[in-house]
Design a protein around this ligand. Structure first.
Ligand code: ZN
Length: 472
């Protein structure tokens, strides 16, 4: 008995005496998985959370988080800009893992290789139906296929469809974390083609991130058939289906579309959707979205379009000029009342669709916490954290188990954490000045290493790691 007591005492003393690499002391710790919301001390060693303590603990370095919230860093399911100019904006906006899942890549190995050891935050990619189709059709590589290209407008032969499926399968076997689709950009990709690709995704439990095929309320192909397509593809194939930026395709109809997804989920289907908190979208003016008839389909006109390069609103004449030239255009299409409704829905995830030129690249997540949680009180802070971190991580963890350690503040989770002032956090990027850091995030830790410290981005530190699926 005496030795047993001595053993317990020794163990307790050892635990109390353990010195962690870093301690975050006195913070209001919020874990969206357990809904813990209390003052705790977090011990981090070797890049992971090792202790969450009610009493003070020792660290080689200590961050005093008194008065600040400590939460999991954001897992952005939809970040196109994946270069050295983008990552600082993401880190300052609380993003610890940035994922290009809508467009994705045709070459998973190369995509990861180009970023290895060179990024402040974690990065990941899908195998993309768009770039795979562009390559199988023999077009020049492009981010989105021009409206008149074969990638957009040519029906795949049985041999080409087989090649598309083979490349998707290869990408997943090389650790892509999902499969991306942009059916509106590839209108000649049939529903049979899409099903073939979903079936490949199902083999890997990979979620399919779909920019929907059509919008508007015309008879035939419209916004409702577009949602039906994703739900049906998921139901038939068994692959999880995820609709990207549902509000920028759905516009005023979006609340009905979210209701359809919620009902499908209630029936046991693995379907989900994401939104970003802005009244305008952005895309390429050369893409099939602006094919003849776009004003009827979308119920907007030239004046709703803003040319990114100059900030000017378009006319019929400038639209035609720029359509030939190509480039980014901001599409003002949604009222603020709609944005408030869709960001606070109990099922939507938040994802930025980040790309230079639109303020969502820099401000998406701080805008949720500052404008919609604090100022408007449209949703609780805990629900917002679920939408920005836990749910996106859960979306990918069946295919890429690495995500089981993200989106949570728990012992053994990755120390991908943010520390922010809930009373101050806000986005500062605007439609006329999109490259502005958000403010209020004091620390962003990537595997325990601070890339944002005292509210300042830290240059030349690259703790970001590949967020990648199993290689098989
Ligand atoms: Zn899109």
């Amino acid at each position: 008995m005496k030795t047993f007591l001595a053993f317990i005492l020794a163990a307790l003393t050892a635990a109390a005496a353990e010195t962690f690499d870093t301690v975050i002391a006195n913070g209001r710790v919020m874990d969206p998985a357990t809904e813990l919301d209390a003052i705790r001390h977090i011990g981090i060693s070797g890049g992971a959370i090792r202790s969450i303590s009610k009493t003070p603990i020792k660290g080689k370095s200590v961050i005093d988080a008194k008065g600040l919230v400590v939460a999991p860093g954001f897992v952005d399911l939809h970040q196109h800009g994946q270069g050295p100019d983008d990552y600082p904006f993401k880190a300052m906006d609380g993003v610890t893992t940035a994922l290009e899942l809508e467009v994705g890549t045709a070459d998973v190995d190369l995509w990861y290789k180009l970023r290895k050891g060179k990024t402040p935050i974690n990065f990941g990619v899908s195998i993309g139906h768009i770039p795979v189709r562009i390559s199988v059709m023999g077009d020049q590589p492009a981010f989105l296929p021009p409206a008149d290209s074969r990638g957009a407008k040519q029906r795949a032969t049985p041999e080409q469809l087989a090649a598309i499926k083979m490349k998707i399968d290869h990408g997943l076997s090389r650790g892509a974390v999902a499969v991306g689709f942009g059916l509106q950009y590839t209108p000649e990709a049939t529903q049979w083609e899409a099903l073939g690709v979903f079936r490949v995704a199902a083999k890997y439990n990979a979620s399919c991130h779909v920019h929907m095929r059509s919008k508007g309320l015309a008879t035939g192909l419209n916004i409702f058939t577009a949602v039906h397509e994703v739900v049906a593809l998921s139901a038939i194939s068994g692959a999880p289906g995820h609709i990207v930026h549902i509000q920028s395709t759905g516009n005023l109809t979006t609340p009905k579309l979210i209701e359809m997804i919620a009902d499908a989920k209630k029936r046991g289907l693995d379907v989900s959707c994401e939104v970003y908190p802005y009244t305008a979208g952005m895309t390429d003016i050369k893409s099939a979205i602006f094919d003849p008839g776009w004003r009827d389909r979308t119920k907007i006109s030239y004046n709703n379009l803003q040319w990114v390069a100059t900030g000017e609103r378009l006319t019929k004449a400038t639209f035609e000029k720029f359509r030939k030239q190509g480039g980014k255009v901001i599409v003002h299409a949604n009222p603020e009342s709609l944005v408030r409704k869709v960001v606070s829905s109990p099922i939507t995830m938040i994802a930025s669709d980040g790309f230079m030129g639109h303020p969502r690249n820099a401000g998406c997540f701080s805008r949720i916490l500052g404008k919609y949680v604090r100022e408007n009180k449209d949703l609780s802070l805990m629900l917002a954290l679920k939408k920005c971190s836990l749910w996106p991580a859960q979306r990918l963890e069946k295919c890429a188990p690495i995500f089981k350690k993200k989106g949570r503040v728990q012992v053994d989770a990755d120390a991908d954490l943010i520390i922010f002032d809930a009373a101050k956090i806000i986005d500062r990027a605007t439609f006329t000045d999109a490259a502005k850091f958000s403010s209020g995030i004091e620390y962003t830790l990537i595997h325990g290493v601070a890339v944002v410290k005292n509210g300042k981005f830290q240059k030349n530190i690259f703790p970001g790691k590949a967020a990648r699926g199993k290689i098989r």
